[in-house]
Design a protein around this ligand. Structure first.
Ligand code: NAD
Length: 302
């Protein structure tokens, strides 16, 4: 079994952006610009937003975070996005999800100018992904494909199973694998007999959010296992069952640890797998920077 190493591949993606962007920024007379809109006080969202901001700044991008508390009105939020749509410094706009419950998420995602939609969740962009008519994709599935490419994994003709049908991961992932000539099955909470479907898979992408959901006896020898799940476990017992040794150490200090959806014993049977942490999550942030850079290139005609 070989690790698809998110640390190595994401560093390469960021290095490429840095190398390519310096001359182009000089010519364009301005850096790529990323704006993140965050509403409410979800601690996980706040951590993700800070990490996006740090990465953008490190690359020399212009980075803005527009924070509101959850009492912000619909009009105010609408006006924030409308202003960003016409702000020349901004190439990519992202609304950090989830929004607090009272907000109609699609209303705001629909409002983002599709040309500045850096997450690629606007219906126009999701449609283009289905049709294979774009080269900018949602960050998580895009990061997965980038990792597969880096390790020369060609999915043509493979039986691929995508667990989870969100528009953030599952659906665009399935489209991207289909466009790359894989045979794709999507499973979700109402799918019958998931273990049997998994047992035939050459490649599994799991984006469900349940620790240890994919067990060793469900996967075949030599399969490729991509773990998208980010789950927090709060007991020592769970940490010892599901987490890497480094995460178990962290549990001692923090009282919680992070794991994915795939049981560590399943990784033992794989040909390639992505660890959590250190896999898909790092790629997601790197591809956000890559998407921002691509939108900047398109908007500046570079
Ligand atoms: P979601 O949380 O919106 O939905 C979960 C999906 O899992 C649904 O499609 C549901 O049908 C399916 N599901 C739930 N229980 C199931 C079951 N018992 N059997 C089969 N399917 C089941 O999905 P999401 O936003 O794609 O997030 C999924 C996981 O991926 C979460 O843990 C999230 O934190 C993580 N995530 C990680 C990254 C990353 O960069 N690594 C990015 C996005 C999401």
């Amino acid at each position: 079994m070989e690790i698809l190493d998110g640390k190595i591949v994401s560093a390469k993606v960021l290095e490429n952006i840095k190398n390519e962007s310096s001359i182009i920024i000089e010519k364009a007379g301005r850096p790529p610009g990323l704006a993140v809109v965050i509403v409410g006080d979800d601690p996980a969202s706040a951590i993700y937003v800070r990490s996006k901001e740090r990465k953008a700044r490190k690359l020399g991008f212009h980075s803005e975070v527009i924070e509101s508390n959850s009492s912000v009105s619909d009009e105010e939020l609408t006006s924030v996005i409308a202003k960003l749509n016409i702000d020349d410094k901004i190439d990519g706009i992202l609304v950090q999800l989830p929004l607090p419950e009272k907000f109609d998420t699609w209303k705001y995602l629909d409002m983002i100018d599709p040309e500045k939609d850096v997450d690629r969740f606007h219906p126009v962009n999701l449609g283009k992904i289905m049709l294979g008519r774009t080269n900018i994709y949602p960050c998580t599935p895009s990061g997965i494909v980038r990792m597969l490419d880096e390790y020369n994994v060609d999915v043509t003709g493979m039986n691929c199973v995508v667990l989870g049908r969100s528009y953030i991961v599952g659906k665009p992932m399935a489209s991207m694998l289909t466009n790359r000539n894989a045979t794709v099955t999507i499973c979700h909470s109402r799918t019958k007999n998931i273990p049997e479907i998994l047992s035939r898979a050459d490649l599994i992408v799991s984006a469900i959010g349940i620790p240890g959901f994919v067990k060793a006896d469900m996967v075949k020898d030599g399969s490729i296992l991509i773990d998208v799940g980010i789950n927090r476990v709060d007991t020592r017992e769970a940490a010892e069952e599901f987490c890497t040794s480094k995460e178990i150490e962290k549990f001692e200090k923090k009282g919680y640890a992070i794991t994915g959806d795939i049981h560590p014993a399943a990784f033992e049977k794989s040909s390639f797998y992505t660890p959590v942490p250190g896999g898909v999550g790092l790629m997601t942030v790197a591809m956000l920077m890559d998407n921002t850079f691509r939108l900047f290139l398109a908007r500046t005609g570079s």
